[in-house]
Each structure stands twice: as C-alpha cells, then as structure tokens.
Design a protein around this ligand. Sequence first.
Ligand SMILES: NC(=O)c1ccc[n+]([C@@H]2O[C@H](COP(=O)([O-])OP(=O)(O)OC[C@H]3O[C@@H](n4cnc5c(N)ncnc54)[C@H](OP(=O)(O)O)[C@@H]3O)[C@@H](O)[C@H]2O)c1
Length: 308
Amino acid sequence: MLFQRVLITGANGLLGQHLVRLMGRHPEYDLLATGRDETPRFSGGSCGYMPLDVSDSEEVSRIFVDFAPDVVINCAAMTQVDECESKREACWQVNALAVETLAKCCLARGTRLVQVSTDFVFDGQSGPYKESARPSPLSYYGRSKLAGENYARGAGMDKWSIVRTVLVYGVAENLQRNNFVWWLRDHLEAGKSVNIVTDQWRTPTYAADLATGIEKMVRFSKQGVYHISGREFFSIYEFALEIAKTLDLDSSLILPADASSFSQAAVRPSRSGFIILKAESELGYSPHTVRDSILEMVKEEERSRFSS
Ligand SMILES: NC(=O)c1ccc[n+]([C@@H]2O[C@H](COP(=O)([O-])OP(=O)(O)OC[C@H]3O[C@@H](n4cnc5c(N)ncnc54)[C@H](OP(=O)(O)O)[C@@H]3O)[C@@H](O)[C@H]2O)c1
C-alpha cells in the first residue's frame, strides 16, 4: 500500500472538516489536520491536530521539517468576500502570500500542493466556465485567490494542482459562519421572509462531494487545474427554492431581488458556475443533486444530534 503523509491546512473550516472526515477513513493516509485554533473544532477523526497559522512562514517551515508531508491540501483562506475589501492586507497575507510560502516549502521537499481556489477568479460574464477560461476577478478576494493560484503554479514544482470550486454548502461542527442552507431553513421556519438574488448563477457544491473529488486528485496524483462543483446550474434564487422544496418549507417567503438592491462591499460575478466534464471523465467525479445532498445534510444533522 502506498502510504502518504497529508497535511491539511484550514482544517476547522467547512471543506477542511469534510476532508479530515473522508481521508481519515482511509488507512493509506497519515493525516495531520491544522487550523488557527489551539484545539480542533471537530470531534473524532483519526488524525493528529496541530495549530498552524499559514501566514506565519516560520511555523509553516517548522511543520514541513517535523511532519515532512508528501501532500499539502491548502484549505486555509480568508473567505468572507466583503471583509476582504476592507481588510486587504490580512486577505493578501492568507490568500496569496501564505500560498507562496507553502509552494516554496513544497518545492524544496518535493511535496505535492493542492491549492483550493474559487469561481470568483472569473468576472461572471460567460459562465459556466471550463478550466481553460481566462480569469478576470472583480473583487479583492478574487484577486487574492488568483494570486494564490499563480504562486502555486509558478513556484517551479511539477506536483501542483488547483481545485476551483463554487458556493460550497454542507454540515460541519462549530463553524464561524452559518451555511446558506441552514440560514435559509432557520428563516423560513421562523416565518421570516428573505430577499434572494435572481441575477447571479452558480453550480452549488456539496462539501462532501468536493472532498471526494479532492481525495481522488490526491489518490490519482493529478496535476493542473480542475473545476469541482455541483452539476446543476441555478440562480441563487432557484437554489433557495430547491432548498425550500426539499425541506418542505414555505417558498412564498423567498422574495426575488436584483443584485443591485444589496449593498455589499465586494462585487460578485453574475454568471459563474463550472463545467465539470474534466473532473467527471478523469476522476470519475459524480456529484449529488442539490436535493439529495440536502436530504443527506438533514440525516447527518440527525445522526450528530443522536450521538451527542
Ligand atoms: N465556501 C465557499 O462557498 C467557497 C466557494 C469557492 C471557493 N472556496 C474556497 O474553498 C476553500 C475552503 O473554504 P471553506 O468553504 O472551507 O471556508 P471556511 O469554512 O471559511 O474555511 C476556511 C478556513 O481557513 C482558516 N484560516 C483563515 N486564515 C487562516 C490562517 N492564517 N491560517 C490557518 N487557517 C486560516 C479559517 O480559520 P477560522 O475558522 O479560524 O477563521 C477557516 O477554518 C477556500 O480556499 C475558499 O477560498 C469556498
């Protein structure tokens, strides 16, 4: 059995927790989960945990010496798109410069780097996008993530890959941010109306599917850029209606709104979303429908309520 030492950064986040859960079940991976907190925010998981701030280059170098990873999956990022506009330096440190540090350490050790990126590197004029489409970010978040991609691909490594994804939702423990599905459910259950944007399109991604796609990239030692998301192309309004329908909630509380009616610091792409043929054909990636993933989320929530 080929045994790989895998370092996961940002492991307390939504994607990080899913990767820990999934890869921790495979005995061929020796996992080290890292995050900013002193202790993990998730329970269980058959892996070690250490605090790691990826923007601290000394800490990063030390962990490369101590753990000697064969693969790094970089899930650490400043993901609050509007906050990235006001906290530009902090955003650049994590989303761009930390990737440069990781890439240099990977180059020095021959480690594979899997850098997680976003559809916000595109301007949303002509989505859904293929991997070969030309990036043109609209927001500071998008610019910082594109710089991160460029550090990963430009460091001189053979073993790099970039996984771009779109509007990720799923269940994880003690997240800093509420996810869209539960946020919507809570509002509709409380009888509160919500304004949801009709002129932004995405291919929403179930976090468990994304983790499965990334694990396959590691398993098959894939190089280059991969688009990994759901297959269904929805406006965010249609996505909200699908959630309400699946959870049998009152969809009349979901009110259509133009993007121009929201006052948000960061400009979002309008027609984003991905064509995922490459991941489907090369990785055998096969995402759940939105309906099936939401039903899975409900089951998962029930299981964790039952076990706690
Ligand atoms: N969520 C989406 O809709 C979406 C869409 C497209 C692409 N992506 C990309 O997917 C990746 C994973 O995001 P996610 O959805 O899992 O978001 P998330 O839940 O916000 O996770 C990001 C994690 O990074 C951690 N982090 C931030 N700064 C750090 C630092 N200096 N050192 C170490 N860790 C740090 C955060 O820690 P704290 O919890 O302590 O803040 C958080 O746990 C990111 O690259 C993101 O850009 C996400």
